[in-house]
Design a protein around this ligand. Structure first.
Ligand SMILES: [Fe+2]
Ligand SMILES: [Fe+2]
Length: 291
């Protein structure tokens, strides 16, 4: 971990410690500190976790237009990002850079799930801190690979808009769980296997191995999202599939893009019924787009 004497300790004030890392602009520090948060959390007993969460915190939940991020990469609309094939090193660097940017945002999304929704059980905090730690590791793996290939995070432009879904879902944990892990993160399950195959075909097994590791972890992240989505549905006596359909109606369906990796999605806790809802909502959205 990068030593940082200003960082609040998670065992004194959990939410301030999480907020500090969420607002951390330096990407390597943010990744290291997200890993350290979970490592420290694991040293606490259940009773200690309960007592730290019950304590007063100096952290106040606010609408966060943007989490801490570095000046570079410059964020541009996705349509302005160069698309290159994976046959060239420049193409592979562009892919790894865009994935590093996604992982950087995934650290923020996981930390924000803890920072923002404070009425959730201790296991919710534990599981999202674990996700943030995994995302920190993913970011560092991709960053190292970028550096091996002579590039770095920030050298290319990256797409804006990854935080949009966080802003659109910051009013309710049910909406956040329904749409961030189950739509944004689940998308990774669909696109990763073909990318891994392409990288292997190009002889870049080092990058392919990193993507394989990330893919395996991402199944567990979607599972965490599914678990807490169902938890809140049960608590509010709501039918998950119909809530999901309502929340997907409109612009959120833009994130749905078949073909879907049913095997991984079912492993990650989606039901067959929900996969059907996803297919229907994608079709409805595309049909409306054409008309
Ligand atoms: Fe990740
Ligand atoms: Fe993830």
């Amino acid at each position: 971990m990068t030593p940082d004497s200003n960082a609040p300790s998670i065992s004194d004030d959990c939410m301030s410690a999480v907020e500090y890392v969420l607002l951390q602009p330096d990407p390597v520090k943010k990744a290291d500190q997200s890993i350290a948060l979970y490592t420290q959390w694991q040293t606490l007993s259940d009773a200690e976790r309960e007592s730290v969460l019950a304590k007063e915190t100096t952290s106040v939940v606010v609408k966060l237009q943007e989490p801490g991020r570095p000046l570079k990469p410059e964020l541009v609309d996705a349509k302005f990002l160069a698309r290159r094939g994976l046959g060239s090193q420049a193409g592979r660097i562009a892919l790894l850079h865009s994935l590093a940017h996604i992982e950087f945002n995934a650290i923020n999304l996981a930390l924000d799930a803890v920072y923002r929704f404070r009425d959730m059980p201790i296991d919710y905090v534990t599981e999202w801190l674990k996700v943030a730690s995994d995302e920190g590791e993913h970011f560092l793996l991709l960053l190292n690979r970028l550096r091996e290939l002579g590039s770095n995070y920030g050298e290319l432009n990256a797409h804006t808009g990854l935080w949009d879904m966080a802003l659109r879902t910051d009013h309710d944990v049910l909406v956040r769980m329904a749409l961030v892990p189950r739509i944004l993160e689940a998308r990774g399950l669909d696109v990763a296997p073909p990318m891994i195959k392409k990288l292997q075909a190009q002889g870049d097994s080092d990058s392919a191995d990193i993507l394989q590791r990330i893919y395996t972890d991402e199944i567990t992240h979607v599972l965490v999202g599914n678990r807490w989505f169902r938890h809140v549905c049960d608590e509010r006596e709501l039918d998950g599939a119909s809530v999901f359909r309502d929340l997907l109606a409109g612009p959120s369906s833009a994130y749905l893009r078949s073909p879907f990796n049913d095997e991984a999605r079912l492993q990650a806790g989606f039901t067959v019924e929900e996969m059907q809802v996803i297919r229907e909502m994608e079709m409805e959205y595309r049909a409306a787009e054409v008309n």
